[in-house]
Design a protein around this ligand. Structure first.
Ligand code: ATP
Length: 276
C-alpha cells in the first residue's frame, strides 16, 4: 500500500461532518510544448495555447491564473480529454491522455447534475453506467453524502438544492470514482461570497485529507493564494507559461490567513507577475 493510500485521520469539515473516504492514488501531470489552435469557418484559426509546458506533482494543488482568453479552460479541457491537443505531450499518471476517464474528476462553474435524478442517483450514476455498482459502492456513496453534508438531501432533485448544495452534490458525484486528479474550472466563480468561502474551506479540508492532485483555474488572485501550493501564471492570448510561483504559506490554511502579512505579500508577488 502506497503512502497516499494509507488512511489519514478523519477530519471535521466546516459543516461538522466527518470525512471518511479512502484517499485516491494521486497522479502527476506532465505537459510538454502543448499547442492548440481552434479552426474557424472562413477566418484564420484561433491559437488558444502556444507551447505550454508544466509539471504538477502527485498530490499537489496547482492554481492556473491568467488573463481572459489565455487558454486556461482549453488547457483543462485537454487534460480532461474533452479536447485533443494539436501537438505536444499530455500525460496524466505517466499515461498519454486520449479521452475522458474516471481517473480525472472534472468540476465546472455550473455543477453537472442530471435534473431528472435525485442526489443519490446522481452520485451513483457513474458506477451504474460503468456496471460497477456494488454494495461497497453504495456504502461509499452513503459516506460521501455524509462527507459533503448532503445525507438529508439524498432524495432531493437538483432544483430543490441551494447553489452550494448543488456544488457539493457534484463533488460527491466526482469523488465516488476516487479520481487521482481533480480538474476544476472556476468552480466557485458564480457563488456568493459566503458560500464561496464555505466551499473553499471544504475543498481545503478534503484535499488535506485525500491529497489528490488538483489543477484549479481561477481569475481570483486571493483564491489562488489561499488554495495553491504553486500558482502557474499564463501569458497571452495565446497562452504560454509566464511564471510558476511557489506559495510557501503554512498548511493547513484557513480564511483567517488571508489577513496575515505573509499572505498579503504572496498575493502581491502574484499580482506583479500578472501585471508585468
Ligand atoms: N471550441 C472553441 N472553438 C473556437 N475557439 C475556441 C474554442 N474554445 C476556446 N476558443 C478560443 O480559445 C481561446 C482561449 O479560450 P479559453 O476559454 O481557453 O480561455 P480562458 O483563459 O479560459 O478564458 P476566460 O478566463 O475568459 O474563461 C479564446 O480565444 C477562445 O475564443
Amino acid at each position: 500500500m502506497s503512502l497516499l493510500r494509507q488512511r489519514r485521520p478523519v477530519v471535521g469539515t466546516g459543516s461538522g461532518r466527518l470525512l471518511d473516504q479512502e484517499p485516491a492514488d494521486a497522479a502527476g501531470v506532465r505537459l510538454r510544448e502543448v499547442s492548440k489552435t481552434f479552426s474557424r469557418r472562413r477566418r484564420p484559426g484561433r491559437t488558444a495555447l502556444d507551447g505550454v509546458s508544466l509539471d504538477v506533482e502527485p498530490g499537489e494543488f496547482l492554481c492556473l491564473l491568467g488573463p481572459s482568453g489565455c487558454g486556461k479552460s482549453t488547457l483543462l479541457n485537454i487534460l480532461a480529454g474533452f479536447v485533443p491537443a494539436d501537438s505536444g505531450e499530455v500525460l496524466v499518471g505517466g499515461r498519454p491522455v486520449t479521452g475522458p476517464g474516471p481517473d480525472r474528476g472534472v468540476l465546472f462553474q455550473t455543477p453537472m447534475l442530471f435534473s431528472w435524478l435525485t442526489t443519490w442517483q446522481n452520485v451513483l450514476y457513474g458506477p451504474k453506467a460503468r456496471g460497477t455498482l456494488t454494495p461497497q459502492v453504495h456504502e461509499e456513496a452513503e459516506r460521501l453524502l455524509e462527507t459533503v453534508g448532503l445525507a438529508d438531501a439524498r432524495d432531493a432533485y437538483p432544483h430543490e438544492l441551494s447553489g452550494g448544495m448543488r456544488h457539493r452534490a457534484a463533488f460527491a458525484r466526482v469523488l465516488i470514482n476516487r479520481p487521482g486528479v481533480l480538474l476544476m474550472d472556476e468552480p466557485f466563480g458564480a457563488l456568493d461570497a459566503i458560500t464561496r468561502a464555505a466551499m473553499q474551506r471544504f475543498l481545503l479540508e478534503l484535499w488535506q485529507q485525500q491529497r489528490m492532485t488538483i489543477v484549479f483555474v481561477t481569475h481570483d488572485v486571493e483564491e489562488a493564494t489561499l488554495l495553491g501550493d504553486r500558482v502557474c501564471v499564463l501569458s497571452g492570448p495565446p497562452g504560454g507559461t509566464k511564471a510558476v510561483i511557489d506559495i510557501d504559506l503554512r498548511r493547513p490554511r484557513s480564511y483567517d490567513d488571508t489577513e496575515t502579512l505573509e499572505f498579503v505579500n504572496a498575493k502581491r508577488r502574484i499580482r506583479e507577475v500578472l501585471e508585468r
